[in-house]
Design a protein around this ligand. Structure first.
Ligand code: HEM
Length: 147
C-alpha cells in the first residue's frame, strides 16, 4: 500500500489519495477551479445578477464551494451542507444550468489535467440535472383547466 501523504485532510485518506493519483486533482487545483469558475459566473450576464442578489460576502461562499468540490471529487467529507434548499426558489430554468455547465466545463478544462477535468465535469453534470429536477418540482403549478 502506498504511503499516505499526511497533508491529505480526508475522512477516507486512502480513497482520497487514490483519486488524487488517478485524476491529478488536489485541494490546490480545486481551489483554483472554484475561484476561476465563480469569477466567470459573476461576470456572466445571465448568472451574475442571480448570485449578486444573494451573496454579498464571497469569501465564505468560495470556501464552502471548495469544501463541496473536495467532498464530491476527492471524497474527503469536508462539506456539510444542503445544496437543494439553496437552489429551490431561485429564478432559474434549464438554460441557466446549461450556462453554468458551459462555464464549468470551460474552467475545468483550463485548470485541471484531462482526467481531472473529466472527473469533475461528469459529477457537475449529474448534480446539475438533479438540482434542476428539484427546482422544477418545487415550482408552483397552475392547472389550466381550473383557471
Ligand atoms: C442555475 C445554476 C445555479 C445557480 C444560479 C446557483 C446559485 C446559487 C446560489 C445563489 C447559492 C447561494 C445560496 C445562499 O447562500 O443563499 C448557491 C449555493 C450553492 N450551490 Fe449553486 N447554483 C447553480 C448551480 C449549481 C450546481 C450545478 C451546483 C453543483 C454542481 C451547485 C452547488 C452549490 C452548493 C454546494 C451551494 C452551497 C449550498 C450550501 O451549503 O449552503 N450550484 N448556488
Amino acid at each position: 500500500m502506498p504511503a499516505i501523504d499526511p497533508e491529505i485532510v480526508s475522512a477516507r485518506p486512502q480513497v482520497t489519495a487514490r483519486i488524487m493519483a488517478r485524476t491529478g486533482l488536489d485541494e490546490a487545483k480545486l481551489t483554483e477551479l472554484v475561484h476561476r469558475f465563480y469569477g466567470k459566473v459573476r461576470a456572466d450576464s445571465a448568472l451574475g445578477p442571480i448570485f449578486a442578489e444573494r451573496i454579498s460576502d464571497w469569501g465564505p461562499h468560495l470556501d464552502r464551494m471548495v469544501a463541496f468540490w473536495s467532498s464530491v471529487a476527492l471524497m474527503t467529507g469536508r462539506y456539510h451542507g444542503a445544496p437543494v434548499p439553496a437552489h429551490v426558489g431561485l429564478p432559474v430554468d434549464w438554460d441557466h444550468f446549461d450556462r453554468w455547465l458551459t462555464l464549468f466545463r470551460e474552467t475545468a478544462t483550463e485548470t485541471c489535467p484531462p482526467e481531472g477535468a473529466a472527473h469533475v465535469i461528469e459529477r457537475a453534470e449529474r448534480i446539475a440535472r438533479s438540482l434542476h429536477m428539484a427546482v422544477e418540482d418545487a415550482k408552483p403549478r397552475t392547472i389550466p383547466s381550473l383557471l
